[in-house]
Structure formats: C-alpha cells, structure tokens
Design a protein around this ligand. Structure first.
Ligand code: C2E
Ligand code: MG
Ligand code: MG
Length: 697
C-alpha cells in the first residue's frame, strides 16, 4: 500500500481548499451547461456543448494544476509549459467529445459511453499534466493505482453524465454534479497514490514556493473566470427563457386582441372564488355572462377592423370598472364575462348596473357612432349552482333569456329557466327522429295574382305533429333544428316532398320552399337541388327557393355563390320577409332576385298606418324599377287586398286568400281531362267577387 507522499502544511492546505472550490464550482457549471445543451438542438446545442467543454476542461485542468502546486514532493519542481498547455487542450477536446457523444443521436447507452469518454479525457489530462510536472527526484509509478485511477474516473463520470442527461430522479442534477466531483477527486488522489518520489538531495534549486502560490492563485482566478463566463451565459439564457415563458404565459392567459383575461384565466379565477366563498360563510360569487347584441352588425357593415376596435373599446371600459373582488374577461367572439365576490346583494346589483350602463354607451369608431348593447345573464354561487360548469351554464341560460326579451337587458337565473332549457333539449332529441317516425308533414299556402286572382303557386310550410305536444309551430322547432344541425336532413326532406308533390300537378303552378341559413353553410345545396329535380322530374322553373336577408348577411360571399349555382339550374329565388333586415337595399343590389316577399308586418298595419302604406308603396316602386315582382305576405282582409290592387302589387299570400293546409284539404278543380287535377286558387267565391276578380276561364 502506497502512502500519498504529500506533506500537508498550512501552506498547501488552503491550496487544496482552492482546488476543491475550483472542482466543485467547475462541475456545477459544467452540469448546468450540459443540461442546457441537452434541451436544445442544432447550432444552439453545439454552442452550449462548446461552452460545456470549455468549462469542464478548464475547471478540471485548473483543479489538477492547483492540486499539483499544493503537492509537495520534498524536492524542487518545474513545469514543462508545452505539455502543460497540451494537457489543457486534451481536457477541453476530450470532455467536449465525451459530452457530445452523450447527447448524440441514437441515445441507448450513449450517455454512459459519453461519460466514460469524459472520464478518459480527465485521466489523459491528469497524466499529461504529470508528464509536464518535473520533480528533482526519482519518480516511480505503480501500474495498479494508475489503472485503478483511470477506471474510477471513467466509472464515476459515466454514472454522472448518465444521471445528468437522463434525469431519472428529481435530484439527478445534483447527483450528476456530485459524481463528477468524485470522478475528478477520485482520479486525482488514486493517481497521486500511484506516484512515489524519492528526492535527490543534492539538487536544491527549484521554483520558489511563493511563485508557485502566485501561479496557483492566477490559475484559479482564470479558471473561475472561465466557469463564471459559462455560468453568466447560462443565466442570461435562463433570463431570456423566463421572459419568453412569461410572454407565453401572458398569451395563454390573456386575450390577444383586448388584453383582457381569457377563458382559461376566467375559469381559474372562478374556481378560486368558489373555493373562497365555500370557506367563508356569507360570501357569495356571481358569474355575469355578457353577449353583445349588435356586434355582428358592426362587423358585417363596417368590416372586421371596426369590429376589433369596438371590442377593444368595450374591453377597456369593462377593465376600468372592475374594482376589488371583481374580475372581467373576454370569453371569445363578442362574449365577455365578469365575476363578483359579494356579501350584500346590492353590491352585485351595483356592478351589474355599471356594466349595463357602460355597454349601452355609444362607441365612436372612426367617423361613426354606434351602440352595441348587450344581453347580460347572472348566476350566483351557491344559490344557482355548486360548481363552475353549473354556474356558467345557468348564467348563459339567463343571458339567452335576456337576449330573447326585448324589454330586458339583464336577467338573473331562475330555476324555471332550467325547465325551459330541459324541454328544449327534449324537443331537440325528439326532432331528430321526427322524419323517421313520419311526424313531419307539409302544408301548402296559395300565392295569388293580385290583379286577376289567379293562382300562381304554393308555399310549402313545414308542420311537426309531436306525439305528446301535438302541433309544434315552425317558429319554435326550426331554430332548434338549426342549432343541432337536423335542419339539413329536415330541409332535404321538405325539398324532396314539395318537389314530388308539385311534380304531380299538371297546371304548372310554382312551389316555393323555404331554406335555412344552415343549409347554405353546410350542405352542397346546389347539387342537392339538382339531384332532387332530376329525381322528382319537376321542371326547375316551377321551383322557387325562399331565403331571408339574414341568410345572406350570415355569409354573403358563400351564399351568393351558391345562389348563382342554383339560379343557373333555372330555379327562381325569392327574398323572404323583406323589410325586416337592416340591409334590405344592399341585399337587393347584391343578387338578381326573382321575387320580393314583403314581410307580413307591413300588411298588419296598412289599414291604420300611413307609414306602413308608404313603405309598401316604396317597395312596390323599387320592385318595378328593378323589374322584380313583389308578393305581399300576410293579407288577412279584403281592404288590404284592395290596397294592394290599387298600389299595383303583383302577388299576395295570406289567410284572406287561403290558410296553409295539407294538400288533401286544398280545393281541387278538374284537370284538363276532368280527372283529379292540380290544386287551384281556393278563395271562396264571395271573396273573389268582393275583390272584383273575374272567374278563371
Ligand atoms: P315564412 O316563410 O314567412 O312563412 C309564412 C308564415 O306566415 C307562415 O307561418 C304562415 O302560416 C304565416 N302566414 C301566412 N299567411 C298569414 C296571414 O295572413 N297572417 C298571419 N299572421 N300569418 C300568416 P308558419 O307556417 O308558422 O311558418 C313560420 C316560418 O317558419 C316561415 O315563415 C318560415 O320562415 C319558417 N318555415 C316554415 N316552413 C319551413 C321550412 O320548410 N324550412 C325552413 N327553413 N323554414 C320554414
Ligand atoms: Mg317563406
Ligand atoms: Mg315570409
């Protein structure tokens, strides 16, 4: 057994400590940099690998050098400068290669093999350094210790790099640092045990210990600077990463357009507030859901930039009025939400009225001013729901109720709303099976020439006979069908049934079929219309499709494209409920419609209101100038019909002329051969006489 021939004196003790400091700092920086290299790829990874190699090589080398200066063999020593520098290069290049191997492709045992290479590089550096270390004495080597030292370095480095790159445990990073320190220290002490120096007593000249000490300090300082440089770049990178992380976090939690909190943060905050209210007796939490009423109008009429501006202004207002215990967020589109912690109901009412006031204040965008208005729904924890999902869904229900009620902008959740929603859901489920169960049917309402009283055609109107609720009006179930998509199959059924029915009439009357906006958005409508015409054998010019202005506004480009395709088939297109939309004139300009159907609301007032009469007159004039026939809907009285005759309206439809009826209840007059023929104009003779119409030939 060899004894390390090092005499520990006060002089070299602090050098040993300095070497230890160098070693630990170096390993710490090295493993940190290696970790950064591990997380990057390409040029970045190579850059970090270079820094890792420089930090590892220089710190190992410095540790060795300082330790050698601390080693006092009892004989004068000198250093071979060339070999000393070569040992530094070996340390850097060798460890660099080892770390590179550890992070290389293919992985498998690569980290361990790479670690072995690092251990080998440290050993090579040590023994080259020893060759540079000239001592005035007889130097003997013990092969056993030499081999053991190399194996120790390789084994510890291998496990160290394995841990540092694989990270099997939470503390692996620190285990990696510790093992690398052990690899260096283990190598050094075992290697020093391998060497025995017998001083040659006649040689007394050598390097002055003070100079050696100064060298040690200089080397340590340079080594620490190198390590610190590596560490600084690590810190700079860490800061950059932290900043990008914070930026990403901000993006993830805030709405990009308005900067308000987004749905994710809203959910988090609401969970937190519910938790707080649960623990604190008497505290309640309100969820306030806000949906803008006329935002779509701004978008459609003024463009998306104006829409964005409106959202920003509203967001700024909402953010400004949120006080302590209040939180506002944009959930998406034109939907906002607020959370309010409160004990006194009046505080909640205060916030709601401030919200309402600010949402109904005019917005100034560029050169125009508008008011979007909003529908507001409120649900309160714990009264209206025990968890986030329930609360938000109940606040939504309340908001929808406010939306459907023209007299109120704010609605508080009431349990009766649940009933309505449940009934609606049940209706939606039943509706899906309505076609298969044969519960749907068509009623037909006659369309008549105002001047001659001749039948021009029929409008097919959908009816649903529910097995329990009986007749459900289309105004109730069509929105549900549009919401759940069943309007696609229902609409197809209506079109096919109406065309088949009309194809069986041989008097050439037209059949008008209503189309939903959803059919334009989803189905390949033109192909479907074509298919059905071919299948039923109905002439395209006998089919008229009715759509409302809102269908065009929903997606103008797409709708107009589909309309052109349908028109190319020879099918005519009527604009339904004309005058109820907000862009009627623009709609007329955008497409060559074949008929204008004037909404029945104008007819209802025409006898009393000169304004309604003026509007009818204006629309008729418009129709004449654009060469589009006008049909007046909702004609219920003789007086109304006479007004239309005087004003020169083309066609009319309404209870006075005929209610919508199943096909078998429509008066059939003989066809050309006296057999059952097509349905014909069915207004009683009394009405016909009153209207001054002549009997059809
Ligand atoms: P619409 O297309 O404007 O249909 C005219 C509506 O006015 C029908 O209501 C009709 O019964 C009613 N009506 C006709 N004459 C008079 C009258 O003199 N006075 C009054 N007060 N009302 C009259 P209905 O059948 O309840 O249909 C309502 C709406 O449901 C239709 O309005 C249409 O938009 C929609 N609809 C009906 N069938 C279908 C369909 O097959 N597909 C689609 N997408 N919508 C349909
Ligand atoms: Mg219609
Ligand atoms: Mg209509």
């Amino acid at each position: 057994m060899r004894v390390i021939s090092c005499i520990v004196t006060e002089h070299n003790l602090w050098l040993v400590l300095l070497a230890a400091l160098m070693c630990v700092t170096g390993c710490w920086v090295t493993i940190g940099l290696l970790d950064r290299a591990r997380k990057t790829v390409g040029v970045q990874m190579r850059g970090w690998l270079f820094l890792t190699a420089v930090a590892a090589g220089s710190s190992v080398w410095c540790t060795h050098f300082i330790a050698m200066l601390a080693y006092q063999p009892g004989a004068p020593i000198t250093f071979d400068p060339a070999l000393t520098m070569i040992s530094l290069v070996i340390a850097m290049v060798g460890t660099g290669a080892g770390f590179g191997l550890a992070l290389g492709k293919g992985r498998g045992l690569a980290p361990e093999w790479g670690g072995c290479a690092v251990g080998l590089a440290i050993s090579a550096m040590h023994y080259t350094g020893m060759m540079a270390y000239h001592v005035a004495g007889i130097v003997e080597w013990d092969a056993f210790y030499v081999i053991a030292s190399v194996l120790i370095a390789m084994a510890f480095s291998s496990v160290a790099v394995g841990h540092a790159t694989r990270r099997p445990y939470r503390w692996s990073h620190y285990v990696g640092i510790g093992l690398l320190v052990l690899a260096i220290v283990g190598l050094h002490f075992t290697a020093m045990a391998a060497v025995a120096v017998t001083p040659l007593s006649f040689i007394t000249t050598g390097t002055n210990p003070d100079i050696l000490e100064a060298m040690a300090v200089a080397v340590a300082v340079v080594g620490l600077i190198v390590a610190a440089t590596g560490f600084a770049s690590y810190l700079i990178d860490e800061r950059g990463r932290l900043e990008s992380f914070e930026r990403l976090q901000h993006l993830a939690l805030n709405d990009a357009l308005t900067g308000l909190a987004n749905r994710v943060s809203f959910n988090d905050r609401l969970d937190h507030e519910i938790e707080r209210a649960r623990e604190d007796q008497g505290t309640m939490t309100a969820v306030i859901v806000i949906d803008l009423d006329r935002f779509k109008e701004i978008n459609d009429l003024r463009g998306h930039a104006a829409g964005d501006q409106a959202l920003k202004i509203i967001a700024r207002r909402l953010a400004k009025l949120a006080g302590d215990g209040e939180f506002v967020a944009r959930l998406g589109g034109d939907e906002f939400a607020a959370i309010k912690r409160f004990k006194d109901q009046n505080d909640l009412l205060g916030l709601v009225s401030r919200l309402e006031k600010s949402l109904f204040e005019p917005l100034r965008i560029d050169d125009f001013e508008t008011v979007t208005g909003a529908s507001i729904g409120v649900a309160v924890y714990p009264r209206d729901g025990a968890d986030r999902e329930r609360l938000v869904s109940n606040a939504d229900l309340a908001m929808y109720r406010a939306k459907n009620d023209v007299t109120r902008a704010v609605c508080f959740y009431e349990s009766a709303m649940d009933e309505t929603a449940r009934a609606r859901r049940a209706l939606a489920t039943d509706l899906r099976q309505a076609i298969d169960r044969g519960e749907l049917s068509l009623h037909y309402q006659v369309q008549t020439s105002v001047q001659t009283g001749a039948t021009c055609g029929y409008e097919a109107l959908l009816r649903w006979t529910h097995p329990v609720h009986g007749m459900v009006p289309p105004a109730e179930f069509i929105p549900i069908a549009e919401e759940n998509g069943s309007i696609l199959s229902i609409g197809e059924w209506v079109l096919r049934t109406a065309c088949r029915q009309a194809a069986s009439w041989d008097n050439g009357h037209k059949i008008a079929v209503n189309l939903s906006p959803v059919q334009f958005a989803h189905a390949n409508l033109a192909t479907l219309v074509h298919q059905i015409l071919v299948e039923t054998g109905l002439s395209p010019k006998r089919l008229e499709l009715e759509l409302t202005e809102s269908t065009i506004v929903a997606d103008k480009v797409r709708t107009l494209h589909v309309l052109r395709q349908i028109k190319a088939l020879g099918v005519t297109i009527a604009i339904d409920d004309f005058g109820t939309g907000y862009s009627s004139l623009d709609t007329l300009r955008s497409f060559p419609f074949d008929k204008i159907k004037l909404d029945r609301s104008f007819m209802a007032d025409v006898e009393r209101s000169p304004q309604a009469k003026a509007i009818i007159r204006a629309v008729l004039t418009l129709g004449r100038s654009l060469d589009i026939p006008v049909l007046a809907e909702g004609v219920e009285t003789h007086v109304q019909l006479t007004i239309l005759q005087v004003e020169g309206c083309n066609e009319a439809q309404g209870y006075f002329l005929g209610r919508p009826k199943p096909i078998d209840q429509i008066v059939l007059i003989g066809g050309p051969d006296g057999q059952d023929g097509p349905p014909a104009f069915e207004a009683p003779a009394r009405m016909r006489a009153a209207a001054g119409w002549r009997s059809p030939p």
